[in-house]
Design a protein around this ligand. Structure first.
Ligand code: PLP
Length: 398
């Protein structure tokens, strides 16, 4: 096969314009909804927050939802509501954004990393079981890339050992597990509304739960630990009176953000559908190439495809991941890598976590590239990505 000159060597790039790996979709209706709030009486903690929470709870099929200023704050709230504290261990995956583990540290607990299943890239339930001991308080599984974790097995372990499951579903709004929506299954589930996620509020996050006790703790936690609930007050000096009963934070979402969220949520099915279609186009384009492995999908789950990750088979390639990554960037394809194993971050290394802890995650990290995937990109953009990947991979093929 002839090898086209790569842009990195002075050839013509596949695209003239840079294509990012992820980006929001904001339309005129979204803008109208936000402007409406700006003209109204409440900028924060008004009617839109409650409506947004109700709509998200309805969409995922949960009893309650509590909105937060961002997904990380929401995870912190969930760790608090679960009662995680000094001396507690919480099992999570290293193949995630640092926030999944940081929320345990915020509460003084100890994150314990269980290795991933090399096929699904999700936390391996068997590895979880090996790590459970009398200090274990909770599990924080992550639906990596949008593919649900093996919830049946994880919830069974949790039940057996009396653990709380906080599902980090930042990637998985709209995903289903055995035909149930993610967000209705675990004790608490977190979604993020960062601009690269399925729907956005600029910054934002939410916890969904079926547990009233968690719900009430979360509400109070996001506003300094303050309550105005007459039935909960320890004293009551009059109508003005409120009490701070534990140390909470100001983690409130604004009404401006909630209005954007409500408007965005109307498009969620279309967003997920487009992501699925594009992922399928990628899968069909790459499935027969010996140099790469497409993402394996478990039959119990239906991914909402936050990320499309291609794994490189180095026994078929003459270049390193870095060289291939840089070559794709020069073709103007905004590739990325998700993620550095959490405990490889210098902060975690200083805490004493050692490299080598989770070999499957570490190996995966060395071999992956995230391709652009978001509803705003066009089919032509998808084809550009395919063209660039084939061009670069063909060039470096053995
Ligand atoms: C985005 C993300 C978060 C944090 O969400 P923010 O809203 O950015 O704070 C947590 N976990 C995972 C896996 C994420 O992708």
């Amino acid at each position: 096969m002839t090898k086209e000159p790569l842009a990195i060597h002075g050839g013509i790039p596949v695209r003239k314009e840079y294509l990012p790996y992820g980006q929001q979709w904001i339309d005129e209706e979204d803008i109208k909804q936000v402007v409406q709030v700006l003209k109204g009486n409440y900028l924060t903690t008004g009617p839109y927050i409650t409506e947004f929470e109700k709509k998200i709870a309805e969409y995922v099929g949960a009893n309650y939802a509590v909105a937060f200023s961002n997904g990380t704050a929401a995870l912190h709230g969930a760790a608090f509501a679960a009662g995680i504290q000094h001396g507690d261990e919480v099992i999570t995956t290293p193949m995630t954004f640092a926030a999944s583990a940081n929320c345990v540290l915020y509460q003084g607990g100890t994150p314990v990393f269980a290795d991933i299943d090399p096929q699904t890239y999700n936390i391996d339930p068997e590895k979880i079981e090996e790590l459970i001991n009398e200090k274990t308080k909770a599990i924080i599984p992550v639906d990596f890339t949008g593919q649900p974790v093996e919830l049946d097995r994880i919830l069974e372990l949790a039940k057996k050992h009396n653990l709380i499951v906080i599902e980090d579903a930042a990637h998985a709004l709209g995903a289903t597990y055995n035909d149930r929506k993610i967000g209705s299954i675990s004790d608490m589930t977190m979604f993020s509304f960062h601009p690269v996620k399925h729907i956005t509020t600029g910054e934002g996050g939410i916890i969904t739960t079926n547990n009233k006790e968690y719900y009430e703790k979360l509400l109070q936690f996001r506003t300094h630990g303050i309550t105005r609930d007459r039935d909960k007050l320890i004293e009551n000096h009059g109508p003005w009176y409120y009490e701070m009963q534990f140390l909470g934070y100001n983690y409130r979402m604004t009404d401006i953000q909630a209005a954007l969220g409500i408007s965005q949520l109307k498009k969620i099915d279309q967003f997920v559908e487009t992501r699925k279609n594009y992922a399928e186009i990628y899968n069909n384009a790459f499935k027969d190439m010996e140099e790469v492995t497409i993402p394996y999908q478990m039959k119990e789950g239906s991914s909402s495809w936050h990320l499309y990750i291609l794994r490189l088979n180095f026994n078929q390639l003459t270049a390193s991941r870095k060289e291939i990554f840089e070559a794709l960037l020069k073709e103007n394809i905004g590739v990325n890598v998700h993620y550095l194993p959490v405990y490889w971050h210098p902060y975690y290394q200083e805490l004493g976590y050692k490299k080598g802890l989770c070999p499957n995650a570490e190996k995966l990290y060395e071999e992956i590239i995230t391709l652009p995937l978001f509803p705003k990109m066009s089919v032509l953009d998808v084809q550009d990505v395919i063209k660039a990947v084939k061009k670069v991979i063909n060039y470096y093929s053995k």
